[in-house]
Design a protein around this ligand. Structure first.
Ligand code: PXP
Length: 237
């Protein structure tokens, strides 16, 4: 299949942390996700460590052979951690302490002075950098101008049913490809809404977490991943 599925396991840690113990273990679940067909594992080490923690990232990096995509805020602390762990990819996301989840895309155009050196440092460490942005041509052009090789388009507004958002994503994916950016997408994707996103030939990777982990409670993680992959394949053919 030409499109990769990255499984975000943050919410396995949310569940574990609810009881303060070690079960369920995000690393064990990542291995199960890979066994079921995940092409990579995505995890977001937040500033407040509300789900994944530093030791999870270290154990993940030692235990799995598939690519790790580390979602991170544009802070010096996260930059140092990423350069130390050296995941395959780092996706820079906006982060606010009070938000429930990543609410909007990164303001690349407004933060060029901060992001430019950070992209350069991560790239020099051999990490493939992606920027999590809204499908806004200004942001997409700014990402290309800063030399990021990848963007991840925020599908949250589409998932919430915002009118015209699918068209914005399609236009954004076209523009990214024209500018030579590899285009990924994610946030809020489910069995019900994934098909139009997976059908975009410019989108090379989807990162999906909350829905798959929730669905795993009902049908099991391997079945949830297989069904998602099957929908992605059908959308592509
Ligand atoms: N991509 C990015 C950059 C994200 O921040 C998130 C949420 O952590 C996701 C994808 C996955 O979103 P969801 O959990 O809604 O599938």
């Amino acid at each position: 299949m030409s499109m990769r599925l990255g499984v975000n396991i943050d919410h396995v840690a949310t569940l574990r942390n609810a009881r303060g113990g070690t079960h369920p273990d995000p690393v064990e679940v990542a291995l199960a996700a890979i066994g079921a067909g995940a092409d990579g594992i995505t995890l977001h080490l937040r500033e407040d460590r509300r789900h994944i923690r530093d030791e999870d990232l270290a154990r993940m990096s030692a235990a799995i052979s598939k690519p790790i995509n580390l979602e991170m805020a544009a802070t010096d602390e996260m930059l140092a951690i990423a350069c130390g762990v050296q995941p395959h990819a780092a996706c820079i996301v906006p982060e606010r302490r009070t938000e429930v989840t990543t609410e909007g895309g990164l303001d690349v155009a407004g933060q060029q002075a901060r992001l430019g050196p950070m992209i350069a440092r991560l790239s020099a460490a051999g990490i493939r950098v992606s920027l999590f942005i809204d499908p806004d041509p200004v942001q997409i052009r700014a990402a290309a101008a800063l030399g990021a090789p990848v963007i991840e388009l925020h599908t949250g507004a589409y998932a919430h049913g915002r009118v015209g958002e699918l068209e914005r994503l399609q236009t954004g994916a076209h523009l990214a490809a024209e500018l030579g950016l590899e285009c990924h997408a994610g946030h809020g994707l489910t069995f019900q809404n994934v098909t139009p996103i997976a059908a975009m030939s410019q989108v090379k990777e989807l990162n999906i977490g909350h829905f798959l982990i929730g669905e795993a409670i009902l049908i099991g993680l391997p079945a949830a991943i297989r069904q998602m992959r099957s929908l992605m394949e059908k959308a592509r053919s």
